[in-house]
Design a protein around this ligand. Structure first.
Ligand code: IMP
Ligand code: ZN
Length: 347
């Protein structure tokens, strides 16, 4: 009998060479230790009068949502001018490529840093990094932070729409993210619907915390339907614990919208107790569409291959089944059919 550890190591070896798709990666949550070090140096050179976050703040191992959000804040303080944004995006793309990821959708919240860059310049820097490299196919989702106002959400959608006109193959969608314990998703539906009406795809962080009102609102909405949903932790009646009815789960299954599954993120944020108790097997059992994603590979100290290996072990899949699972994710990307076709032939 192989030990669990050696089984995981074998899965990890295989998943490293497996061609992969990454659909849920926040730029400033995906910065590796070497990238952070480069960003610190760049910041000290460019703005020597400003303080940079300390190593203990930025390399903290998160033990819940609050720790995670504190780390994002530190990373964002370093990525506050176009040169830093470009450095961050280039490094993240290269690292995914080195991990054998063939297509990545990066998402990021445009930030206006007075005297340093506008939101448009922020996004242009990421677009430039995407266009400049040939190691990996990549696209961008513009994020809306639900901690910010609805007006800001509208502003981000307008910006995404105007950049989509200039860079139609790069700017492909909108993401709604930010602390799920703050404000209500319902208020952002107008902005999201506007984006969709003008051909931007929409991914929602959904049921990341227990919030039945929000979940039911989205599932029962008569006109708005997201194109993908992230996390979906508190949607099944067994994970949602008290109060979640079976009919909600049934509705979610009928919806059949692809989920972005982020195992390590959920374990480290403590929204699930362990990998073994993760909700992913229910998706597999019900044949629901999903993609394995990292969420924030820097903050959660993980990689695409490790996430795929965790899934391989949890679902008890063999190599053939794993390749099939990875290949299926191509169908859920937001890029057009040409990109899908090229990827299908590469896998
Ligand atoms: P950025 O948008 O590139 O600056 O990446 C960091 C931001 O992504 C955070 O400030 C959050 O708004 C968002 N984010 C990252 N991970 C999560 C998550 O697990 N849930 C919700 N929002 C997240
Ligand atoms: Zn996320």
């Amino acid at each position: 009998m192989k030990s669990l550890k050696s089984k995981y190591q074998m899965a990890a070896q295989f998943c490293k060479i497996l061609p992969k798709i990454e659909l849920h990666a926040h730029l400033n949550g995906s910065l590796s230790v070497p990238t952070i070090a480069k960003l610190v140096r760049l910041h000290k050179q460019s703005y020597p009068q400003e303080e940079v976050p300390s190593a203990t703040e930025i390399f903290n191992d998160p033990k819940g949502f609050d720790d995670g959000y504190a780390i994002f804040k530190c990373a964002q303080a370093l990525v506050d001018h176009p040169e830093a944004v470009k450095l961050a995006a280039r490094s993240v793309l290269r690292e995914f490529a080195e991990d054998n990821v063939k297509y990545v959708e990066l998402r990021s919240t445009p930030r206006d840093c007075p005297g340093k860059m506008t939101k448009r310049e922020y996004l242009l820097a990421i677009i430039e990094a995407i266009e400049d490299q040939s190691d990996i196919k990549a696209a961008l989702l513009v994020s809306i932070d639900r901690r910010k106002s609805v007006e800001e959400a509208d502003e981000n959608v307008e910006l995404a729409l105007s950049l989509k006109k200039e860079f139609p193959t790069v700017v492909v969608g909108i993401d709604l993210s930010g602390d799920a314990r703050v404000n209500q998703l319902q208020d952002y539906i107008g902005a999201l619907q506007k984006a969709q009406d003008q051909d931007l795809k929409v991914s929602l962080h959904f049921a990341e915390v227990k919030n039945d009102k929000e979940i039911e609102f989205v599932l029962n909405h008569c006109s708005f339907k997201p194109d993908r949903v992230g996390h979906c932790t508190f949607i099944h009646h067994s994970t949602a614990a008290v109060g979640m009815s079976e009919s909600i789960w049934k509705k979610f299954c009928d919806w059949n919208i692809p989920s972005e599954i982020c195992l390590t993120s959920n374990v480290k944020c403590r929204s699930v107790e362990s990998y073994q108790s993760h909700h992913l097997p229910m998706w597999y059992k019900e044949k629901l569409p999903f993609a394995i994603c990292t969420d924030d590979k820097g903050v959660f100290n993980c990689s695409s291959s490790e996430e795929y290996a965790q899934a391989m072990q949890l679902l008890e899949l063999n190599q053939e089944e794993m390749l099939l699972l990875s290949k299926k994710s191509i169908e859920y990307i937001f890029a057009d059919d040409n990109v899908k076709e090229t990827l299908r032939s590469e896998f």
